[in-house]
Design a protein around this ligand. Structure first.
Ligand SMILES: [Zn+2]
Length: 299
């Protein structure tokens, strides 16, 4: 997060990382009392697949397209990502693929019969094409974010959960001994037991509480200023679109809907509609240093 001043106050401003732009919002919406209208706050991210040398700059642009910019990030550190191997079994694809296709008219296809040799091709379409369509659908929720920071303090992780997959794990898929696909897993897989209560990681409003492609029954919460969180594979919902939630409030139960091999929660944070590593958001020290301290200084 960065706090900055941009003039005139009504010009478009934010942070650009490589070719991705993140909007700035008036700092008053983050509780910065006495902030001038020029003082803005922007949350931004270097994405898992962006170059470490991608330029990061705060920018302000007027209606004529004139732009001023300022750099402010000195150090970017590499982060190694895990690699994993996934063996696809007929039992798994027969269970998940037809249900996902039935719920996903955007794929414009009908499900092959159980046990048919076409099932693996249908799985690959779901795993790549539908995954991309879903990423765009998820990104679209960023446009509806609140201009106010609705949350406070660290985000909470699903209690007592075992981490089964981490952010940006690179997965290679095998079927009958042959490599058939590669994808990047953009979230954390957290398992406890079946149908455990899934809680809101922080305060916000409900943007989505319905089936969302490979994520099955999926809740997306808006925390304001482009920060959102996603909860996938739920078995049931306890909230509906438009509800206001508090941190720790139950929003649904874990499950195995969508592309899930067993009961677990798929959790990710979103910044400007892009999936980002939740690890920092769970860290009280990071939130205090990278967000609260800067808001205090902006005051
Ligand atoms: Zn997952």
């Amino acid at each position: 997060m960065v706090a900055y001043r941009a003039t005139p106050a009504d010009a478009t401003s934010g942070v650009r990382v490589g070719d991705v732009e993140y909007r700035g919002f008036p700092a008053a919406g983050a509780g910065v009392t006495g902030a001038s209208p020029e003082t803005q706050v922007a949350f931004f991210a270097l994405l898992h697949d962006q170059d470490l040398r991608a330029p990061i700059a705060a920018f302000v642009r007027d209606d004529a397209g004139n732009e001023a910019k300022a750099t402010f990030v000195d150090n970017v550190f590499p982060k190694p990502f895990k690699k994993s191997r996934i063996e696809l079994e007929d039992k798994f694809i027969d269970r998940v693929v037809p249900e996902i296709i039935e719920h996903s008219p955007e794929l414009k296809m009908t499900a092959p019969a159980q046990g048919s040799p076409e099932m693996i091709a249908a799985f690959l379409k779901v795993n790549s094409e539908l995954r991309t369509i879903n990423a765009d659908q998820i990104a679209a929720f960023a446009a509806k974010t609140s201009p106010n920071k609705l949350w406070d303090g660290p985000f909470v992780q699903l209690g007592n959960s075992q981490v089964e997959a981490s952010f940006a794990d690179h997965r290679t898929y095998f079927y009958k001994g042959k490599e058939v696909d590669q994808q990047t897993h953009l979230g954390f897989d957290l398992a406890v037991t079946s149908r455990v209560p899934v809680v809101a990681a922080n305060a916000g409003t409900v943007m989505n509480a319905s089936w969302l492609g490979i994520y099955g029954n999926c809740v997306i919460l808006d925390h304001g200023m482009g920060v959102q969180s996603l909860y996938g594979h739920l078995s049931s919902f306890d909230v509906k679109v438009g509800d206001t939630v508090t941190r720790g409030q139950t929003i649904g139960r874990s499950g195995m809907t969508g592309l899930a091999g067993g009961d677990h929660l798929h959790f990710t944070m979103l910044v400007g509609g892009r999936m980002v590593n939740p690890v920092e958001w769970w860290d009280a020290h990071w939130i205090a240093d990278r967000v609260q301290r800067k808001l205090g200084e902006a005051r």
